[in-house]
Design a protein around this ligand. Structure first.
Ligand code: CP
Ligand code: NVA
Length: 306
């Protein structure tokens, strides 16, 4: 039966570990230039209702390097949910392609796309979550530390789609996860409860950023105004001021901590240049790993239909 990847928690704990190991194996092949083309003759349809650099390029290059061809469908091309229904687009694209990846606004739309598509569907970000990003992030942490034992990740900023996918991972793999956000910018309470109920990870929500980062192995941030919220950017800059990741905040961890950001970064806003460019910043390793982890996810999903 075809499988989709719409949430990190769509994979079991075992599947997440298999995907991490597969990504490492694929990355090694990529680095040594050894050809591996399981997708020869296959196509991936990529639907983008929002802008993208990393997601578009990593999926397109990744699918091509695995032997296939990826098609870019931008907002003006198919007008998902506007020019025709999501169900019809799902059924039509499934007749031409072996897999679909979509970046959409409404999370319900990706659920519908997956329901009506007969080929695997991958979520390339919605307003609700960003599972491929968090899989790339945990791979990056795994590579840097060599293990995921006793890990404390502190996310600083808006309780947004990135946080939600960290919660999804926390349901499957144990780690300590703290979200330091301004009041009224908390992540989804329902998902928080679900993640806590899974009983694997300790999850803390804090409004005291300096206290929250103590002992963090990783400090992670994202933009304060996500795509679709840019009209709120000015107001948010005032509310989030204390939540900027700068050298003072990094020093408050009290230990050597890695800095992570899913990118794109608004340098000088949620993070300073000094932190972005510090030796402890692993933001470009994260970006690189988007391609390797997605390749692994696609190889796994393709097996569900072959
Ligand atoms: N991190 C990420 O998804 O980047 P893009 O928005 O550029 O795809
Ligand atoms: N929270 C950000 C993530 C971008 C990769 C957004 O949705 O715009």
């Amino acid at each position: 039966m075809k499988r989709d990847f719409l949430h990190v928690s769509d994979f079991t704990t075992e599947e997440i570990w298999e995907t991490l190991e597969l990504a490492k194996w694929l990355k090694k092949k990529f680095r040594t230039g050894e050809s591996y083309i399981p997708f020869a003759g296959k196509t991936l349809a990529m639907i983008f209702a929002k802008p993208s650099a990393r997601t578009r390029v990593s999926f397109e290059s990744g699918f091509f390097r695995l032997g296939g061809h990826a098609l870019f469908l931008g907002p003006a091309d198919i007008g998902i949910g506007k020019r025709e229904s999501i169900a019809d687009i799902a059924r039509v694209l499934s007749r031409y392609n072996d897999m679909i990846m979509a970046r959409l606004f409404d999370h319900d739309h990706i659920l519908q796309l997956a329901e009506y598509a007969s080929v695997p569907v991958i979520n390339g970000l919605t307003d609700f979550n960003h599972p491929c990003q968090i899989m790339a992030d945990i791979l990056t942490i795994y590579e840097h530390r060599g293990n995921l034992d006793d890990l404390k990740i502190v996310y600083v900023g808006d309780g947004n789609n990135i946080v939600h996918s960290w919660f999804e991972l926390a349901m499957r793999i144990p780690f300590n996860f703290t979200v330091a956000c301004p009041e009224n910018y908390d992540p989804s309470q329902a998902l928080l409860e679900e993640a806590r109920h899974a009983g694997r990870s300790d999850i803390v929500i804090s409004h005291d950023v300096m206290g929250a980062v103590k002992n963090a192995d990783v400090v992670y941030t994202d933009v304060w105004a996500s795509m679709g919220q840019k009209q709120e950017a000015e107001d948010r800059r005032k509310v989030f001021r204390e939540f900027q990741v700068n050298e003072e905040l990094m020093a408050a961890t009290g230990k050597f901590s890695l800095f992570m950001h899913c990118l794109p970064a608004e340098r000088g806003v949620e993070v300073t240049n000094a932190v972005c460019d510090a030796p402890y910043s692993i933001i470009f390793d994260q970006a690189e790993n988007r391609m390797h982890i997605q390749n692994a996810i696609m190889v796994k999903l393709m097996k569900s239909v072959s």
